[in-house]
Design a binder for this molecule. Structure first.
Ligand code: MEZ
Length: 535
């Protein structure tokens, strides 16, 4: 297939020739080595987190005055779709309501259920539709003899610019091995070496190989097993049922939620002694106009509901732009091209045929470097006006032997093959894509927010990753804190009666919004991206 879509009138194959031609000189090229001050300057100059006009202060609530991106600020201050006179007679009464059907939600539901709680899992789309399922490159766990949880802790802290919550981080790295054991016992097929031992790979910003992988579809494999387990345990499941508001006892304790049945367009009240929010991130808000690697439902619902209830948010001024999102073909814009390719030696190459960054530096540095290359005219422009740099995927076959790409990255090969592109022969064009919300709702060691009986786990929570998450730490985060949330919520539910259900917090929130002159035009949570067909 001939692709006549790149720079000027040049054929993509013509441009790709430079990548093939410069492979040898690139092997010995000296890469920039940044001092801490230079890294800081690079990030501040080119990383999207530092584009001042993309941010504004939040007008009221627990984070009044804090800066966040405009798109999120509008939703946090937004108008609930729930009327204050809604009939709050419950359609369901449970001990623990889990909101969200990804990895954190399934883990929380399974652990709460295993401790005897009556659990309901409600999810906006189908069970498993989540960012977990799209995680490709692996889950970090310090299991090799040469490695240790302390080393994992230090790498993560360095990657997060020392802004990580130490207590949460210590829990995550310490509990990694027991999480891996749990997943193996459930049936997750992590990659093994020829002797049958678990095989670990190295990710960006890590000093040790520590990624447990299932080729380049790790999240999909983990979700396969977790979904099966939720279904096998017959945990009560409500699909296409989006939580739109929480309920409180009127004195600061969470007592349930209002769901919107997306099929029948009806509201549904669930009485719950504890609620666990696991709704993932915000990629589909497309902040600053970025494409995203996130799934369709990643619209920040949990942040919005927790904020309205009075929970505190942390580090909501920092987001992760994964360095390698697809730029071409148009059908794949923003789709993830796993960091695993760079972990195995894939070079990033500019329009001059040069490498310009250590590909395994932390993601904020790599993304800032790619953006710099493009801003300074060393990017490759597509006919539709998008710009990117090359990721030299054929290099893997050239270095490690034919068939390497096909064998190690079957999902990636298939993703491109559908559009006639063979990534074992042709380098791919990439640019940073909105991938992860570094911050989120503040939680304690049990995943509980400042609101009693309201728990948050996974990407919706904040603090653990500091200002830049390391590859593979999100899968571990959601397992560790999904388990902690599920376990504590079940214990809490066993020790107390169901409290009264009111919308008192909403009444107060609306009064605050009026006081600050916020127009009720923006409805939140958003539930589906702005371009979704509502019918
Ligand atoms: O943790 C991630 O974000 C991840 C593993 C992504 C990837 O590049 O594969």
């Amino acid at each position: 297939m001939t692709l006549r879509l790149l720079t000027g009138r040049m054929d993509i194959h013509e441009l790709q020739k430079l990548v093939h031609k410069t492979r040898d000189p690139r092997r010995t090229q000296t890469l920039p080595k940044y001092s801490p001050a230079e890294r800081d300057t690079l990030i501040k100059k080119h990383h999207p987190d530092y584009r001042e006009n993309a941010y504004r202060p939040i007008k009221f609530g627990m984070n009044a005055g804090d800066l966040t991106v405009r798109e999120l600020a509008a939703l946090l201050e937004g108008e609930s779709p729930v009327p204050e006179n809604l009939d709050l007679s419950p359609a369901h009464t449970v001990d623990v309501l889990v909101v969200g059907g990804g990895g954190a939600g399934c883990a929380a539901a399974l652990h709460a259920y295993a401790r005897g709680a009556k659990v309901m899992l409600a999810t906006k789309l189908r069970l498993g539709d989540s960012n977990t399922v799209m995680a490709q490159g692996g889950m970090q766990v310090a299991i090799s003899r040469e490695d240790s949880p302390i080393q994992h802790f230090l790498d993560t802290l360095k990657g997060g610019h020392m802004k990580n919550d130490h207590e949460l981080l210590k829990m995550m790295v310490d509990e990694g091995p027991s999480i891996a054991k749990w997943l193996l016992e459930l049936g997750v097929l992590f990659d093994r070496d020829a002797d049958g031992n678990l095989h670990v790979k190295k990710g960006g910003g890590s000093s040790m190989p520590r990624l447990l992988t299932c080729s380049d579809y790790t999240g999909l494999e983990i979700m396969r097993v977790l979904k099966d387990e939720v279904l096998n345990q017959k945990i009560q499941l409500l699909e296409f049922s989006a939580a739109v508001e929480l309920l409180s006892d009127g004195a600061g304790t969470c007592t349930g939620a209002v769901l919107r049945d997306l099929d029948n367009k009806r509201s549904l009240v669930v009485a719950a002694k504890a609620v666990i929010l696991t709704t993932g991130g915000i990629g589909r808000l497309h902040i600053q106009g970025f494409p995203t690697s996130n799934h369709y439902g990643a619209t920040g619902d949990g942040l919005v509901m927790a904020y309205r209830m009075g929970a505190k948010l942390l580090q909501i001024d920092t987001f992760q732009y994964h360095p390698t999102g697809a730029v071409y073909p148009e059908q794949l814009i923003g789709a993830l091209v796993t960091e695993g390719i760079r972990s195995e030696g894939g070079h990033l190459v500019n329009a001059k045929g040069e490498r310009f960054v250590n590909e395994l530096d932390t993601r904020d540095v790599v993304s800032a470097s790619i953006i710099r290359e493009c801003e300074e005219g060393r990017g490759i422009r597509t006919m539709s006006g998008r710009v990117g740099v090359w990721l030299d995927t054929p290099l893997l076959d050239a270095e490690q032997g034919p068939g390497t790409v096909e064998k190690h990255f079957p999902a990636m090969v298939r993703q491109y093959k559908r559009f006639g592109i063979d990534i074992a022969n042709d380098p791919v064009l990439i640019y940073p894509t909105l991938h992860y919300q570094n911050g989120g709702v503040q939680i304690d060691a049990n995943s509980e927010t400042g609101i009693r009986n309201l728990f948050v786990a996974g990407e919706t929570s904040g603090g653990l990753h500091g200002r830049n998450r390391l590859m593979g730490n999100s899968l571990l985060d959601l397992m560790v804190f999904g388990r902690r949330a599920g376990t504590t919520a079940a214990a809490r539910a066993a020790s107390m009666p169901q409290g009264p259900m009111t919308l008192e917090h909403l009444r107060q929130f609306r009064a605050e919004a009026r006081k600050h002159g916020v127009s009720p035009d923006v409805s939140s949570p958003m539930l589906l991206p702005a371009y979704a067909k509502q019918d």
